[in-house]
Design a protein around this ligand. Structure first.
Ligand code: SAM
Length: 267
């Protein structure tokens, strides 16, 4: 996957993107990142990227021209010639399916970013991530350029850069082969529709607190069942809403019924 990131602060990215699993993904050739400074696409001697809002009010607004110019340049480069700009390859999202090449505006007003959204985006060959700043971007960018808006939570950040890094991180770990078999993402929280259960490592006993016996038993089926029950228990306790949509077996349902009975007995 190739991800183009448009930002006024490209220097914020290399530290995070060039470490650990993201570094490995790039070395493996599974991920490549293009960092683009929006200011480079602004015109005039001073390369102005923001102006006060029409109608007054505080703050500044990211101008549309440099943002359109940056995206159009990236699109044209992908197509190999500027003359091919009209054939915009960044197709729009269709019902239930992500666009082939989404142009995503990071925005506190966007679609909440979840593991499911990460899984959808991981199917794309290319992504463009646009980081807003100040009061945000000119509305015409949102209306006529971007295909998706994503929010990483119900709070307001200073800029879209952290949000872009969150998206890159969550999507990259879902790309084929990026995680080793040992830490495969398919057992992670949300991947199965449940929260993942607890993990333990050595020592077997720490300050008198022992690792559950079953995990040291070497009995694969018992360990798998224990893990599943722990995941169900944790989800029941912390995110019962997830149980409404999780795919549950008969054994899972029986275990949940047991948890419910325990709770009734306790109350
Ligand atoms: N005035 C905007 C509003 O009230 O919706 C907030 C602008 S915010 C200060 C500046 C930029 O940070 C946004 O354009 C967006 O790119 C980014 N941003 C802020 N919070 C975000 C969030 N929760 N998720 C994704 N991006 C966010």
């Amino acid at each position: 996957m190739h991800i183009d990131i448009l930002t006024l602060f490209p220097e914020m990215f290399p530290g995070y993107l060039n470490e650990s699993i993201l570094k490995r993904a790039q070395e493996m050739g599974q991920l490549s990142i293009g960092l683009h400074n929006i200011r480079d696409y602004a015109e005039g001697k001073h390369r102005v990227t923001d102006e006060p809002p029409y109608g007054g009010g505080g703050g500044m607004v990211l101008k549309p021209e440099p943002v359109f110019a940056a995206v159009e340049e990236i699109v044209a480069r992908e197509q190999g010639s500027k003359g091919a700009r009209e054939k915009h390859p960044f197709t729009l999202a269709t019902e239930g399916r992500p666009p082939l090449h989404p142009i995503i505006l990071l925005s506190p007003q966007g679609r909440p970013f979840t593991q499911q959204v990460a899984q959808e985006l991981a199917q794309a060959e290319r992504l463009v991530l646009l980081c807003g700043r100040y009061e945000g971007v000119d509305e015409r960018v949102r209306q006529y350029l971007v295909t998706n808006e994503i929010s990483i939570g119900d709070y307001v950040l200073t800029g879209g850069e952290l949000a872009a890094m969150v998206v890159v991180d969550a999507v990259t770990r879902l790309l084929p082969g990026v995680l080793g078999a040992e830490d495969a993402a398919n057992e992670d929280s949300y991947a199965t529709g449940l929260l993942e259960g607890p993990h333990y490592t050595k020592p077997a006993e720490f300050r008198g607190w022992a690792v559950p016996e079953v995990l040291r038993s070497g009995h694969a089926a018992n360990i798998a069942r224990w893990r599943r029950e722990q995941a169900l228990r944790r989800t029941w306790q912390r995110r019962p809403d997830l149980l409404l949509t999780a795919v549950l077996t008969e054994a899972d349902k029986q275990f949940l019924a047991q948890l419910a009975e325990e709770e009734v007995r306790r109350s």
